[in-house]
Write a protein that binds this ligand. Sequence first.
Ligand SMILES: C[S@@+](CC[C@H](N)C(=O)[O-])C[C@H]1O[C@@H](n2cnc3c(N)ncnc32)[C@H](O)[C@@H]1O
Length: 241
Amino acid sequence: MARPGSRAPSALEPLPTGEDKTQRVRSMFDAIAPRYDLINRLMTFGLDQAWRRATVDALALPHGARVLDLACGTGDLSRLARRQGYQVVGADLSAGMLAANTTGTPLLEADSGCLPFPEGAFDGVVCGYALRNFTDLALALGETARVLRPGGRLAVLEVDAPASRTLRAGYDVWFHKVVPALGAALSDRDAYTYLPRSVAYLPAAPVLRRMLSQAGYSTVGIRPLAGGLSQLLMATRTGMT
Ligand SMILES: C[S@@+](CC[C@H](N)C(=O)[O-])C[C@H]1O[C@@H](n2cnc3c(N)ncnc32)[C@H](O)[C@@H]1O
């Protein structure tokens, strides 16, 4: 069932940049929001929940810590962070994704490039599967550093590519063939064709490390999850704790 209104680029169009990317990403997530969670679970065989738990655990903050779920979407990370005893606020570009968010967390419609929070407002920031959707990644990472207190923790979950050739072959078929078919059947073909293509926006690990350092983070770590099906980026905001 194709949902009208998604403006994800078709497989034949080049990947968008600048304001065009922001608008298209917003419309695409507005359109796929109602079935986003269902397709996520099918697409990852439910493994995404374990990876999300690892992401929240990586914050390692005390009970009651203030945590921003950046690009929170329907709120899977927020839900787990709240269970950990954190005070969570969610922010996302897409009003449709926020409307489908039933976590009960305070929510704000906001762009990662211009977060509506003062400096040092949070002890932790989590962000799931969104880096490659940001129009200006350096700006977004700078904003996460700005809203974190010195010593605050960042934990980011993203897609990756497995190093093992066997796993990589299966991953390529799944991500590039099965996922778009699943999207076409249950939601929006263009959006779920864009998803694997959008990995091209994601810088390689050494570049991501450098960008995090330049944004104001120290002790940056990147850990593959499930043999590289996903990756977890962890960093600490530079400065005194
Ligand atoms: C793949 S979804 C991930 C949602 C959620 N974090 C999760 O783990 O399921 C990507 C999310 O990033 C949001 N997003 C994309 N660009 C954004 C931006 N520039 N600022 C804030 N949110 C953005 C989208 O609206 C969408 O909800």
